[in-house]
Design a protein around this ligand. Structure first.
Ligand SMILES: O=C(O)CCC(=O)C(=O)O
Ligand SMILES: [Fe+2]
Length: 270
């Protein structure tokens, strides 16, 4: 068995309450890291505040772009005092030889047919997945590693490397936004590869609604040529389904609407 090249992955709950009282250690964390967080809690709080604001502005632009009357319908969910947003710090130490073919990237993590023959192999740091939340804002150091899966073709898609830019924010649509827009916006499948000689670090803000928020396609997104694609579910129900599945599974498939189910209520509520 090969050990995972992701050395640490730390999740912080970042609802409106401030650090350090809101810290939720959902993953293994060393004492030095918790001390570091305590020391820098002011900086972390400020970062979270700013990045949440950025996410909200982007979501308002999405609302505008979709022609919604209530353009703040998505961003309000991130501003709810009970919102379930997270920040995750990922660290991938160098993994010599990870740019050689024949690494674990040549295997499909979900156990199906291999779709990675054109990725050049390599060592996976964070396996293929889509982010479950509404919107993710990712920032990394200058070490490459992020890859996105091109739109599903018959051959299962192609992995496209996204060059690292330490002064850029990467915006990733999450499953919840895909459901609310009835599939108009698609949550991209992505993964992170280990670099052969330099460590990669990434910090991701995941904007999520409160656990009780009902996620359902907006009525404006349902049209004769775009029938309802998803059932209505709460964020808590979605998380429960997520934890029961493997990382690489397409969880939204569990919530596909029945073709003749026209009378489910639409619209987000909490
Ligand atoms: O580290 C990266 O570039 C990707 C991390 C990621 O996808 C995640 O934390 O959900
Ligand atoms: Fe992700």
């Amino acid at each position: 068995m090969v050990s995972c090249p992701l050395t640490f992955c730390l999740c912080l709950h970042v609802s409106i309450v401030q650090l350090p009282s809101s810290i939720c250690f959902s993953c293994f964390i060393t004492h030095s890291l918790s001390f570091w967080l305590f020391l820098y809690s002011g900086v972390v709080n400020e970062y979270v505040k700013q990045v949440r604001q950025l996410a909200c502005q982007l979501l308002d632009m999405v609302g505008e772009g979709l022609g919604l009357q209530d353009t703040r319908v998505f961003s309000r969910l991130l501003q709810d005092s009970e919102n379930d947003s997270l920040v995750r710090l990922n660290h991938y130490p160098p993994w010599p030889g990870s740019d050689r073919a024949g690494g674990d990237a040549d295997r499909d993590p979900a156990g199906g047919k291999s779709r990675d023959k054109r990725s050049g192999g390599g060592r996976i740091g964070f396996g293929e997945h889509s982010d479950p939340q509404i919107l993710s804002i990712l920032r990394s150091n200058d070490v490459d590693g992020l890859q996105i899966l091109s739109a599903q073709a018959d051959d299962g898609g192609v992995w496209i490397p996204v060059p690292a830019d330490p002064v850029a924010f990467y915006v990733i649509v999450g499953d919840a936004l895909q459901a609310m827009t009835n599939g108009r916006l698609v949550s991209v499948r992505h993964r992170a590869m280990a670099n052969s000689c330099r460590p990669r670090t990434s910090t991701v803000f995941f904007g999520a609604p409160s656990p009780g928020t009902r996620i359902t396609p907006l009525p404006q997104m349902i049209k004769p040529d775009a029938p309802r694609r998803y059932k209505s579910f709460t964020w808590a129900e979605y998380k429960k389904a997520m934890y029961s599945l493997r990382l690489g599974h397409n969880r939204l498939d569990l919530f596909l609407a029945d073709p003749d189910d026209h009378d489910q209520e639409s619209g987000i509520s909490n």
